[in-house]
Design a protein around this ligand. Sequence first.
Ligand SMILES: NC(=O)c1ccc[n+]([C@@H]2O[C@H](COP(=O)([O-])OP(=O)(O)OC[C@H]3O[C@@H](n4cnc5c(N)ncnc54)[C@H](O)[C@@H]3O)[C@@H](O)[C@H]2O)c1
Ligand SMILES: [Zn+2]
Ligand SMILES: [Zn+2]
Length: 370
Amino acid sequence: MQTDGRACLLEEPGAPATVRDVVIDPPGSNEVLVKLKASGVCHTDLTVKNLNGNGMPFPIVLGHEGAGIVEAVGDGVTHLSPGDPVVIAYRAPCDQCPACLRGDPRHCYMALRPKPRIHRKSDGALCSQVLRCGTFSTHTVVHAKAAIKMPAEMPLDKACLIACGVITGVGATMNTTTVFPGARVAVIGCGGVGLSVIQGAKLQHARQIIAVDVNPVKLEWARKFGATHVVNAKDTDPVAEVRRLTDDGWDGGVEFAYEATGIPACTEQAVKMLSYGGTATTIGFPAQTDSVNLNLGDMATGVYWNKAGLAVCHCGDALPSQDFPLMAQLYLSGDLELDGMVTRTITLDDVEDAFHEMETGNVIRSVILM
Ligand SMILES: NC(=O)c1ccc[n+]([C@@H]2O[C@H](COP(=O)([O-])OP(=O)(O)OC[C@H]3O[C@@H](n4cnc5c(N)ncnc54)[C@H](O)[C@@H]3O)[C@@H](O)[C@H]2O)c1
Ligand SMILES: [Zn+2]
Ligand SMILES: [Zn+2]
């Protein structure tokens, strides 16, 4: 039996996100139907809109940072039951790609691809789901392995943030480029992802955590989330300032620099602020034509002489079945701050407003309550 619901759709290039009636097919084998309770609004949803769907067929159900309750399970699903609270993972390992086959699911090439099951009610059109999730919706259907069970005491309006922003940022410091105790860390961009990098660096016992942003309110928040120093890149050259703050008689620089803006020039800055042998990690979502220019031969900051590394973080290189429950445990033990990341709660009808706030205002995460 199909389920009636409502979802926030992108219906055509350039059109605003609009709430429409939808019908959701029942879950197929190894799938679950989830009744969503909350979804965070990540910058990637706005990017998908700004890039006119980024190659996905229209209509598109937005949203990929969701938590809810399992409403029905398909054939073959034994580890979940109706009533279970879950967070939806967009990178559950596929078990088929070369990385999965060699036993390295954190580096899965593509993640599980469930069948799309949400239809626009007016004409029956089958909707794409952003990052295979589609959480700006009252309901969605995902692969059972992508629905990660949460402890009963975990509030779902906070748990949803784990699905993308939090696991991306914290996972970048734990999995992608593992921060060692005593390391110096710089974080460029202090939105939901960057503040999570800061929290991760603190959990990993970094000695110095230098937050860079162009918005003074974000920098104030960065301090609350664990930054030891802040740099306003509007007033100061962030590369020179990070080197000054880390001066050790060896030209300073950080062992780890994370870019969390989606701006190519910030990846270049991250590489230039490294100490000898350090690694920059790019997290922001690029447009197809984005590129960076890296100098090799400069004696102080060139990639060759400074032996700089560049890594890429996809969803914190997470293994959701292991890492999502860990994030919940860290929240419940008071070691991971999620309450302060929800700066606004909204309804499905307010997505465009949340996008506007993200571009112009002082918001960490808007969370849609269904
Ligand atoms: N790789 C992944 O798996 C992954 C996961 C989630 C998000 N993302 C991407 O990460 C990026 C950050 O996402 P978010 O949700 O935190 O976005 P956000 O909009 O909440 O935060 C971006 C921050 O960058 C700051 N900023 C803008 N220009 C800057 C500059 N020149 N220098 C320093 N800071 C600057 C903004 O003030 C803001 O605080 C986006 O590109 C998003 O698409 C990637
Ligand atoms: Zn795989
Ligand atoms: Zn995201």
